[in-house]
Design a protein around this ligand. Structure first.
Ligand SMILES: Nc1ncnc2c1ncn2[C@@H]1O[C@@H]2COP(=O)(O)O[C@H]2[C@H]1O
Length: 254
């Protein structure tokens, strides 16, 4: 997740830089030096002047997950000034050979938020962008997990020698295995359909959803065949085996 996009990150103007200059000091970091360490007590906020820094968070298994790459004009270390326990939420490391930053005490940063509306605006904008990005990745991640569970069930029933094959999903069996509610199963199957991995779906009469036609403009005549009628407790799907295989690989890496 690279946050270095034009007009996206919290770039500071001269007024904000002067504020940091008046109360802070210039710091120089070499490649791989830690500017901030996850879990440590937060005393300072930084404006990066030049060079690149990487924000990483170590999860409970000890893996380093990259959250963002920041550069000149970005403010970093501001979360620690707001969080109740003042603990650093992530590690920030110099990524370039030299990283120049202005280090400002928390108190001065907070005062700056009251006196300089531009600073307040930029901090808020940055949080909105970050939260939006997290919302997108959290919902995509959740859908992908459900698709993976449903996909694994279907995978074991696919005839891989066929380009297109019909698979019957026993709803009760899939529920017993996965504990997924029916509407979640249906949603995941629709997601595969939206990706044109399932060409046709026949739901049982009790679900009250009728056959779905192929997307407009898509010529599926050479790969479709007549599906059986819907049966109670069964969903019948026509699977494009090659696309399904590729999608399952992608989902496994999500
Ligand atoms: N998702 C993120 N994107 C960009 N920067 C982040 C992200 N999470 C944390 N940070 C920055 O990394 C800093 C680590 O120390 P702080 O928690 O004080 O403040 C944090 C933010 O400035």
């Amino acid at each position: 997740m690279d946050r270095k996009k034009p007009g996206f990150s919290l770039k500071v103007n001269q007024e904000i830089t002067n504020l940091f200059k008046n109360y802070g000091k210039l710091k120089k970091f070499e490649k791989d030096d830690c500017v901030i360490r996850q879990g440590e007590y937060a005393n300072h906020v930084y404006i990066l002047l030049s060079g690149e820094a990487e924000v990483v968070r170590v999860d409970r298994f000890g893996n380093e997950n990259r959250l963002a790459v920041l550069g000149g004009g970005d403010i970093v270390g501001e979360m620690g000034a707001f969080l109740e326990n003042n603990k650093r939420s992530a590690t920030v490391k110099a990524k370039s050979l030299a990283l120049l930053a202005l280090e400002c005490p928390n108190q001065m940063f907070i005062r700056g938020l009251f006196s300089t509306s531009e600073l307040t605006y930029r901090v808020l904008k940055n949080y909105a962008e970050r939260l939006n990005e997290l919302n997108i990745s959290a919902s995509t991640h959740y859908q992908s997990r459900v698709m993976l569970v449903v996909g694994h069930y279907i995978e074991s029933r696919v005839d891989w020698s066929q380009k297109v094959c019909e698979v019957t999903v026993d709803i009760k069996e899939l529920f017993d295995r996965s504990s997924l509610e029916l509407w979640k199963i249906t949603e995941a199957i629709y997601n595969f359909k939206a990706l044109r991995i399932f060409n046709k779906i026949v739901f049982p009469a009790e679900i009250n959803i009728v056959e779905i036609n192929p997307e407009e403009g898509e010529n599926l005549t050479d790969k479709t065949h007549e599906l059986k009628e819907g049966e109670p407790n069964r969903i019948i799907i026509e699977v494009d085996t090659e696309r399904f295989r590729e999608q399952m690989k992608r989902l496994s890496y999500c």
